[in-house]
Design a protein around this ligand. Structure first.
Ligand code: FEO
Ligand code: CA
Ligand code: CA
Ligand code: CA
Length: 565
């Protein structure tokens, strides 16, 4: 019963057409400028570090904006605007010498790749020429695979996370495959470790235990790090992968602060983290595990939070839940505790996927970003697609039949599920749910593959992924899908960012990105006049017009200077 898109008063722009070119497009009356590209200097001694021919040299690689920008959040630090932003992964083919053929050949090449991912913290400012990085700001910082971190929460110090280098099981190096983001109520950044498994491999005998297979760890690592850095070799250090796959908290206001891995939020392929303040004062974090047939999770703190009050223990002491969606549009959060899943607390947090299977959660079509509506007690999760229903990605996973929120057998288009907690309390264990949108192609199909009523030839898209609310309660939807613009995807064009109205269901296309790119990551300036949007893995030579394509953050604003965030 959703309305058709277009013309609703809440959208203050004229929706744009699809694009198939190598440019960024926004509505008439809006403008864009590049804020930060892969290789741009954070410090003046890295000026000119990037070259179109050779990328970034090793000795400059920790002083520049990383590659493949992803989730980001902007913070008010004593009136300064500081963005924390993820660099999800590195493209080895364009960062390593051609002779390497995309596989590192020595420890230096591994180090270069490690340095260009992780997190960038950077001050930004508009000094009359549009937003730019404040080079040499004391807040500027790179956080990589090598940065010292601490493990906190019930898994910290456990046998499962002790290594030869860290017999305490408390002191970890690095965060990896930082995908989506989140922010706490107290102004810190949450970076989410997604496909961490790909960095680990075995050069010899593989350790026993079903946890490796369920997380896709074993055999040769995707990036061959294990050949040159024994930390990534599970034959040498079987517990190192147990120290990654977490939500890591970073304080953007203190460049000397030690990032904290919050084990209480579970270990899986974390997409992002959306924190809500429950009506009873507890802190709630919603999180997706982005893999076919995995789950949607919720964490609820034991303690309560008051604005400006203490935060100690809020992300260490609480309960993790997996979502169960019933076909009658009701649902419940199933606690993952020793009583419910017959695993120790530390095992639940290290092998969260197995705990969720034991509890009987609902298998999902790849949970990507979760977003919590700031003006209504409800939340949304993008279920990006499921191209191989029934084919388990990892040993030990569950069957993935069609079910309530994942209603299509072949799902190349994706959908967004929405849930409303009972009693208007995000900490309630019961909820009701519906599908906000089922993406589809109404020009190719007149069945369920044509999408829900709020999908039209004028706004169609596939593979919703990034999502964020603006303060006015509009839902911004970013896609990471098929951009060939043919067959099932004809009429969808390049990846795009759309805006959805939760009340009417309407959806309108706001932005398109260069061919090849996905859109991921969205945050606003403090005055809400400028949106910062991530463009990851573009094609062509965008944005320079020559040389390699460079993942970049783009600033978008209204020409009349009116706030829109
Ligand atoms: Fe890194 Fe699931 O996107
Ligand atoms: Ca994503
Ligand atoms: Ca995706
Ligand atoms: Ca991506």
């Amino acid at each position: 019963t959703a309305a058709k898109a277009g013309g609703h008063a809440k959208f203050n722009f004229t929706p744009i057409d699809i694009a198939t070119d190598f440019e960024v497009h926004v509505p008439k009356g809006y403008s864009t400028k590049i804020l930060a590209r892969w290789g741009d200097p954070l410090f003046s001694d890295a000026d000119g570090a990037y070259s179109a021919a050779t990328g970034v040299p090793l000795d400059m690689s920790e002083k520049v904006f990383g590659e493949n920008t992803d989730g980001m959040e902007l913070f008010d630090v004593d009136g300064k605007e500081v963005i924390a932003v993820n660099s999800e992964y590195v493209n080895p083919k364009i960062n390593l010498p051609a002779a390497s053929e995309g596989t590192p050949q020595n420890a230096d090449e591994v180090q270069l790749l490690k340095n260009l991912q992780g997190v960038t913290v950077m001050e930004v400012a508009d000094n009359g020429n549009g937003y730019e990085i404040v080079v040499d700001s004391p807040y500027n910082r790179r956080i990589t695979h090598e940065t010292d971190m601490v493990l906190a929460g019930p898994l910290a110090g456990h046998e499962l996370v002790k290594t030869a280098a860290d017999p305490t099981g408390m002191a970890v190096k690095g965060t990896m495959n930082n995908c989506g983001s989140g922010r706490t109520l107290w102004g810190t950044y949450l970076t989410c470790e997604e496909n961490f498994n790909g960095y680990f491999g075995a050069t010899g005998e593989e350790p026993a235990g079903e946890g490796y297979a369920r997380y896709g760890i074993g055999g040769e690592g995707r990036y061959a790090y294990e050949k040159f850095d024994p930390r990534y070799d599970i034959s040498n250090e079987p517990n190192e992968p147990h120290r990654h796959g977490f939500i890591t908290e970073i304080d953007p206001s203190d460049p000397t602060s030690t990032p904290i891995k919050r084990t209480a939020l579970g270990r899986f392929k974390h997409e992002n983290a959306s924190m809500a303040h429950a009506s009873d004062g507890r802190v709630v974090v919603y999180m997706g595990d982005d893999e076919r047939g995995e789950y949607l999770y919720r964490y609820v703190s034991n303690g309560t939070y008051e604005e400006g009050g203490p935060t100690e223990g809020l992300l260490d002491d609480g309960t993790l839940y997996v979502a169960k969606f019933n076909d009658d549009m009701t649902g419940e959060w199933l606690p993952l505790t020793p009583e419910t899943v017959d695993m120790e607390v530390a095992e639940v947090l290290c092998f969260t996927r197995m705990a969720a299977s034991a509890a009987g959660g609902t298998t999902m079509d790849r949970p990507e970003w979760v977003a919590t509506n700031p003006v209504k007690v409800e939340a949304y999760c993008a279920l990006t697609n499921n191209k191989n229903r029934g084919v388990k990605p990892n040993a030990g996973g569950d069957e993935t039949p069609v079910n309530g929120p994942n209603p299509r057998e072949t799902n190349n288009y994706g959908q967004i599920v929405r849930w409303t907690p009972a009693d208007e309390n995000h900490a309630s264990d019961a909820f009701t749910w519906d599908l906000y949108v089922m993406a589809g192609n109404p020009e190719v199909y007149d069945n369920e593959y044509g999408g829900s009523d709020n999908v039209t030839p004028g706004n169609m898209f596939n593979s919703p992924d990034g999502m964020a609310f603006s303060s006015d309660g509009l839902l911004w939807i970013q896609t990471d899908g098929n951009y060939k613009n043919e067959e099932d995807f004809a009429g969808m064009g390049n990846n795009q960012m759309l805006v959805g109205d939760p009340e009417t269901g309407e959806i309108a296309r706001f932005m398109t990105v260069p061919y090849g790119a996905e859109v991921t990551g969205l945050t606003w300036s403090l005055d809400k006049k400028v949106a910062f949007v991530g463009v990851q893995h573009p094609g062509g030579s965008w944005p320079d017009g020559e040389g390699h394509p460079r993942s970049s953050v783009v600033a978008v604003w209204r020409d009349d200077g009116v706030a829109f965030g």
